[in-house]
Write a protein that binds this ligand. Structure first.
Ligand code: ZN
Length: 280
């Protein structure tokens, strides 16, 4: 029985290649919990389908993703849980943390550990939570127009919830991108090692599919062992411990905002600055 989706699409564009596409372009692919839940189900479907060897994550429209859909009011209690969490409907930061463990930290970590190569195909703006979708992928291919920003320090938190900035762009650029909130270009990110290739916008899909089909010519066991080996090196550097630590600090930011700003989980005075930065 094929799965039905509202926020994404799932197809098999080439032999042994699954493609998951964010399909909410009218909202710049803003992520509500339904989208993240569907993404997790689609990743699991591709992971457990033995005919699939490589997974591509793409997006419809001019922009990959504008981040979390802040207008969404759903909680984890509205969905069947995908991760070992609970307490989604609890008041205060207990509930806030539970939802972010389920939909952000938990899912990103599951996707990071999929035992098959994953490739993000990226165009346009990638803002805050948008980074949270591409950084768990193994490979990132970007159109020349792509830009990457995490402006949420303006909300008085420490960045989006999957805090691998230091590995993605190096410690100095990580600090600059967080402190300024300004976007990095695809070319800058390629130099920093965050992006594998920058290609013209009209060649993005073909370039990504060619890479995916090349990968798919390798045996699945070799692909899995290679991925585990590189991820094991990141694990040996303490990547998960660092992500968890940053997540705890992130929760401190939300808890502080709730205390200072009448229960609102972020500093609302940052909204104008984030809007301004998101336009740049
Ligand atoms: Zn958060």
């Amino acid at each position: 029985m094929p799965e039905e989706y509202e926020r994404i699409r799932y197809d098999v564009p080439a032999e042994h290649v699954a493609r998951i596409t964010l399909a909410r372009p009218e909202m710049r692919n803003a992520q509500d919990y339904l989208m993240l839940h569907e993404l997790d189900k689609a990743f699991q479907r591709a992971t457990t389908d033995d005919d699939i060897k490589v997974i591509v994550l793409a997006a419809d429209g001019p922009h990959f993703s504008s981040g979390h859909d802040l207008a969404s009011t759903a909680t984890g209690a509205d969905f069947e849980p995908r991760c070992m969490t609970g307490g989604y409907a609890k008041p205060g930061q207990e509930g806030g943390m539970a939802n972010e463990e389920e939909f952000y930290l938990g899912m990103c970590w599951r996707w990071r550990n999929i035992p098959k190569p994953t490739i993000a195909q990226v165009q346009g703006k990638v803002i805050a939570g948008g980074l949270m979708l591409i950084w768990p992928m193994d490979i990132i291919i970007a159109a020349a127009d792509a830009t990457f920003a995490d402006p949420v320090v303006a909300f008085a938190v420490n960045g989006h919830e999957y805090h691998t900035h230091t590995w993605e762009v190096g410690p100095r650029k990580a600090k600059e991108m967080l402190f300024s909130g300004k976007p990095l270009t695809a070319r800058e990110c390629e130099k920093l090692g965050m992006i594998n290739h920058v290609v013209p916008r009209d060649e993005l899909e073909q370039f990504t599919l060619k890479m995916a089909t090349d990968f798919a010519r390798m045996p699945s066991m070799g692909l899995k062992l290679a991925k585990l080996s590189v991820n094991g090196a990141l694990d040996a550097q303490g990547q998960w411990t660092a992500i968890r630590n940053a997540f705890a600090l992130h929760q401190t930011g939300h808890a502080n905002a709730r205390a200072v700003h009448n229960g609102f989980p972020v500093d609302p005075t940052g909204i104008d600055r984030i809007r301004e930065l998101s336009k740049s």
